[in-house]
Design a protein around this ligand. Structure first.
Ligand SMILES: *Cc1c(COP(=O)(O)O)cnc(C)c1O
Length: 409
């Protein structure tokens, strides 16, 4: 049986066997950014991706960018111009979001354990809190009172159902995220008493899902649950944030998510929401789907070394700068991201090789037994699908190497 392959990566053109990003050869970008390793992100890819998504989703759907996927300020600025809002998960991200000049009401702040100073900053700025617990609601009310400002808030609900076949599950069963759906009616009564400006509901079930069927099922259940809970709301529901979870192909055998059936189903359901929750805005929030495929991580070959029948390509980048590609960020069995020799993509000569980093740990692997062009010191290795959860999800201080550079082209 043939082992599964990566889907072809077509987002970056290849000219003279060299990857091009934003119309420039990757070798040129390496010089322009001041050296390797680096992350390069492509504006055009993000713009194209958003246009494709809007074409497949119903008109009137609000699409937010979850900035934790890639909080580089230049990227967030670009995404703010494409998306209908930004979702943040800390006061630090809130600052980056507000620096784009976005209307604060379009910024939602989710995440458990919001600290008092973060709540204060968010309430003072006019962003919308996605309340993760009753305790957080009480603290927000006290802080709002002290500031003389009415907090804006949605209630994040932890549903009783799960997002099936998801890479990361964030709803269903006991969870740190959101308030159990059965507790929400009582919470809404209290929210009304506290005089918080109720915006609506936020239900986020999971991430990195490649099954349209599972996403449709979760969206349907989310809309049903929100309509039930709306009966207890102290004010009309204005925002119905049904989450996201749209995934991108990362590993051999991963398909591309089929958007068409999701769009068709959502169109029907949005018509129903318009009837049942008049005036409620339906929102999805996506991170990796919008920016993940628009980025590459690039490092440089330092050494080639045969060892007992295998070839090791040793680079100046690795696990400390791209934890996910090393297989140590939420994977059970290590699988390869798509990797190429960026300046010899097809290559005259090819070999089966391991690409490793400079760290003193056997976990520092960027590719294991991959078919690659024969790479020599000075050649560039590129890891695709690196525009999300790369730089900021990596233990950059581990082994005290300088951090990777970042560039948006
Ligand atoms: C992480 C997160 C997202 C973004 O997830 P992606 O998998 O990058 O789309 C969106 N919303 C919330 C609440 C999150 O925690």
């Amino acid at each position: 049986m043939k082992s599964p392959q990566h889907l072809p990566m077509t987002q970056f053109p290849i000219v003279d066997d060299c990857l091009q990003v934003g119309g420039r050869a990757i070798t040129e970008i390496a010089l322009a950014v001041g050296g390797t390793p680096f992350y390069v992100y492509d504006r055009q890819s993000m713009t194209r991706r958003m246009a494709e998504l809007r074409a497949a989703m119903p008109e009137g759907l609000t699409i937010k960018f979850a900035i934790k996927a890639n909080p580089m300020p230049a990227v967030v600025q670009h995404m703010a111009s494409l998306a209908d809002g930004l979702d943040v998960a800390s006061a630090g991200e809130l600052r980056v979001a507000l620096d784009t000049g976005i209307d604060p009401i379009k910024v939602s702040f989710a995440g458990p354990g919001k600290m008092d100073w973060e709540l204060k900053q968010a309430i003072a700025s006019g962003a919308v809190l996605n309340l993760e617990s009753e305790g957080e609601m009480e603290r927000a009310a006290v802080i709002g009172e002290a500031l003389g400002m009415q907090p804006r808030a949605a209630v994040r609900v932890n549903p009783a159902f799960e997002l099936k076949s998801s890479g990361v599950k964030m709803g269903g069963g006991p969870k740190a995220f959101g308030v159990d759906s059965e507790r929400v009616p009582a919470m809404l009564v209290r929210l009304g008493e506290l005089g918080i400006d109720f915006r609506g509901f936020h239900i986020y079930s999971g991430s990195q899902n490649l099954s349209a069927e599972s996403i449709i099922e979760a969206q349907n259940k989310t809309i049903d649950l929100s309509c039930e809970l709306a009966a207890y709301a102290p004010q009309p529901v204005r925002v119905l944030n049904i989450g996201g979870g749209y995934g991108i192909p990362l590993f051999p055998g991963d398909p591309r998510l089929d958007l068409a059936p999701i769009g068709e189903n959502l169109e029907r359901r949005m018509a129903e929401v318009a009837e049942r929750l008049d005036g409620a805005q339906v929102v999805i929030e996506l991170g990796r789907y919008l920016v993940g495929e628009a980025g590459l991580y690039v490092c440089e070959v330092v050494d080639r070394k045969p060892s007992r029948g295998q070839m090791f390509i040793v680079t100046n980048g690795g696990l400390h700068q791209h934890l996910a590609a090393s297989g140590n960020f939420g994977q059970v069995l290590r699988k390869n991201f798509p990797v190429v020799v960026a300046n010899k993509v097809r290559g005259q000569e090819r070999e089966l090789a391991n690409v490793v980093g400079p760290l003193c740990t056997p976990l520092d692997i960027l590719a294991s037994q991959m078919d690659l062009a024969v790479a020599q010191p000075g050649d560039l290795i590129a890891v695709y699908q690196s525009g999300a959860y790369g730089f900021t999800t990596s233990p950059i201080a581990f082994l005290s190497h300088p951090p990777p550079r970042q560039i948006l082209v």
